[in-house]
Write a protein that binds this ligand. Structure first.
Ligand code: GCU
Length: 706
């Protein structure tokens, strides 16, 4: 009997390994290493991608806030985390009870938005601000395909999603801690399915649950706005008083009673989401203490509730296989109990319909050929790609292009391309605020297009998702970077962990964007063994997550003697493309110095001059030798271009920078006033003379390419 049992187990073992579950047509050839396309089993990541195409409830709008410089809402007087912090949303239950804060009588801030540009008193503020948003459970129209009422409805889960929050966030729902996130420029989400409060019977179907300014992408699901925080713009004299305020909005909103009468927010009928956001700069942080950009704090990007089926399509990677112009390769990751499912990937316009089976981890890798129009700046072709599983379906608009290097050339879809670029900070156009919206993205990238650019370097951190998605649509190639900037703590383990997680989140969010061709792991970091090792680890992670794109970093030149700049940073051996920042004619001599320089590199790799330029106060005119005049900046650009045109291994340029941007390192009165003035467009949105120098240079390049 024992022998029979043993032989049966052996037969079963060989059978499974002979035919792994996922070998259906189009899935990877047998023996392809697991995770060959950067995918990893679910446990390692929980970020939900492509929020734009999922049913969401927006929590944008006014949030109640408590400014807490001493973190009194988090620590007790012994500086130990308090169990009774502000996350409890407590209220005095009677006239004797002592509660020394009250969200609903506190001020409001807009979300998305940095706090520094919203209130003068917060302009220089670095520290903690507590945000509170109450939201009743929206009852979604029942019976709509895919629509569901997630309380009590089987097979539905809810997540709260943050586009970004600078810098360290702790998130609570109904007094319960959901989790923490470090890093100010990448998204994160927490599951709230088990934490969400059920609406009380009296609230069932109350008309107030629905209002919607914004059109909803997933047609059947209404998008819901709740702003019972501020109830529209509070009139100054009535700031904080709950009921007196009324807004231009229809009254139905104000009919929801906001009830407060005990200290666990229990009296509050709504769910209350509380976020402690702290933008204090840290030596071990990423970035570290000093940056040449404003340390905007707050819930700087959108906040959404995402509703998904119990097992949903959480993450996927669908791009052309490295080096191929027709083979699509990638993976799909389900999240939930029903891990083994049949999945189809459809690209109707390209007559593609492929079916695969996920394994026990809810994961499948695949590759298949397709006849595609390739995405390029001239033809930014995007396809609707529909992923369907047995429990979920999701659409995305994806472009397919290949990018690689050959010697000192960058090849896009097999052809050499010169990157006509410009650097951009996430500065809202004509504003002191951080950019966050689609409109901001369209304006900034529109200006770059006007300058005849086909490439933008998004510095020095991952920008909001509207930037790469708009770049996809407009046909703009993108360099995306994590804020490993200047001199961070190379030997600090938590610093490395932090940088790795920001890198992973950046790549996870944008890996399906055709526009993104370069992942940058650093900017102007000092050569040294610990630094090289640190950056090497980042490159390995980037390559393991995404084998299809090029890796780079903005490095600095050194010199082989006077006027002999050379690119020989030892870290250059680990990247595909070398970025080099130089400020000849601004920090290094005067513009004429450019005429003397002959550039060299020790690498047979493409070089992008990833920063050059100088400052000018928009509208200040003088002779070309007067710093801060538009004429000085214009002359500097003319001289730079002459020098750059002589560099044989130059594959692209991205001058510093498209628009003036806020920086605490720039106090010069009546010239800078905390603006870095190296923009080619002023803080008022006015183009400076140097803008046209670049526009002409890139026009000439464009002509030559044709
Ligand atoms: C540096 C740096 C930028 C900075 C710029 C400047 O090279 O990378 O972040 O703003 O120079 O000095 O203006």
């Amino acid at each position: 009997m024992k022998v029979v049992k043993l032989s049966f187990v052996l037969i079963l073992f060989f059978a499974i390994n002979a035919y792994p579950l996922s070998t259906v047509p189009g899935t990877l050839p047998k023996g392809t290493p697991y995770g060959a396309y950067g995918g990893r089993p679910m446990a390692e990541r929980n970020l939900i991608i492509n929020v734009d195409h999922r049913p969401t409830v927006s929590l944008n709008g006014k949030w109640r806030v408590i400014i807490d410089p001493y973190e009194n809402g988090y620590y007790d007087y012994r500086y130990l985390p308090s169990k009774n912090g502000y996350f409890k949303n407590a209220k005095a239950r009677n006239k004797t009870e002592l509660v020394e804060y009250d969200f609903d009588k506190s001020g409001v801030l807009n979300v998305p938005g940095d706090w520094n540009s919203q209130q003068d008193k917060l302009f220089f503020y670095e520290g903690t601000i507590w945000y509170k948003k109450s939201f009743p459970l929206p009852r979604l129209a029942s019976g709509d395909a895919g629509a569901s009422d997630y309380q009590g409805k089987p097979n539905t889960r809810v997540f709260v999603y943050f586009g970004a929050a600078n810098y360290h966030s702790i998130v609570y729902l109904n007094g319960q801690k959901l989790g923490e996130h470090t890093g100010g420029f990448t998204p994160f989400n927490f599951e709230i399915t088990r934490h969400v409060r059920e609406p009380r019977p009296s609230q069932e179907g109350s008309p107030s649950a629905v209002s919607s300014g914004r059109t909803n992408r997933v047609s059947s699901i209404p998008t819901v706005h709740f702003d019972n925080e501020g109830r529209g713009e509070p009139r100054p004299s009535q700031e904080g008083s709950p009921s007196a305020v009324s807004s231009g909005r229809t009254n139905r909103v104000s009919s929801i009673p906001t009830v407060h009468f005990d200290n666990e927010g229990r009296g509050e009928k709504d769910n209350f989401l509380i976020v402690k956001v702290d933008n204090k700069r840290l030596r071990e942080g990423v970035p570290t203490l000093n940056t040449d950009w404003w340390n905007y704090g707050g819930l700087t990007r959108r906040v959404e509730l995402i509703e998904v089926p119990e097992t949903f399509i959480r993450d996927y990677f669908i791009q052309l296989k490295k080096g191929s112009l027709k083979t699509i390769a990638g993976w799909i990751q389900l999240d939930g109990k029903q891990t083994s499912q049949t999945i189809t990937v459809e690209i109707p316009e390209a007559n593609v319909k492929q079916t695969f089976n996920t394994n026990d981890d809810g994961y499948v890798e695949f590759e298949f050929d397709a006849e595609l129009q390739l995405w390029s700046p001239e033809n930014p072709k995007l396809y609707d790609v529909i992923i369907k599983s047995q429990t979920d379906s999701l659409t995305d608009s994806i472009g397919f292009r290949s990018v690689k290097t050959e010697g000192t050339k960058i090849l896009l879809n097999g052809k050499p391309i010169f990157l006509r670029g410009i650097c951009i900070h996430e500065q809202a156009p004509k504003s002191k605020a951080r950019a966050y919206s689609k409109e901001h993205a369209e304006t900034l990238l529109g200006w770059a297009k006007e300058m005849n650019c086909n490439f933008v370097r998004l510095a020095h951190y991952p920008h909001n998702e509207y930037m790469p998605r708009t770049a996809d649509r407009l046909g703009m190639l993108v360099w995306s970077e994590i804020p490993v900037y200047w001199t961070i703590l190379w030997e600090n383990e938590s610093t490395l962990k932090n940088a790795l997680s920001q890198l992973t989140e950046m790549i996870t969010r944008d890996k399906n964007r055709a526009s993104v061709i370069l992942w940058s792991v650093a900017n102007e970091t000092p050569v040294g063994d610990a630094r090289n090792e640190f950056l090497k680890t980042l490159v390995e992670r980037a390559k393991s997550l995404d084998p299809t794109r090029l890796i780079t970093a903005a490095m600095e030149k050194s010199s082989e003697g006077r006027n002999k700049p050379v690119i020989n940073d030892p870290f250059g051996q680990y990247v595909d493309v070398l970025g080099c920042n130089e400020y000849i004619g601004w920090y290094e001599g005067l513009p004429d110095r450019c005429d003397l320089y002959t550039w060299k590199t020790i690498y047979n790799k493409p070089v992008i001059i990833s920063e050059f330029g100088g400052g000018a106060l928009g509208g200040f005119h003088a002779d070309k030798d007067t710093r801060w005049s538009e004429e000085y900046q214009e002359y500097l650009y003319e001289k730079q271009i002459k020098m750059l045109e002589k560099i044989p291994f130059l594959a692209g340029t991205s001058p510093w920078i498209l628009t003036d941007f806020m920086s605490p390192r720039r106090p010069l009165p009546r010239i800078q006033d905390y603006w870095n003035r190296k923009g080619l467009i002023s803080d008022k949105g006015k183009k400076k003379k140097a803008f046209y120098v670049m526009q002409r240079f890139y026009e000439k390049h464009k002509q030559n390419e044709q």
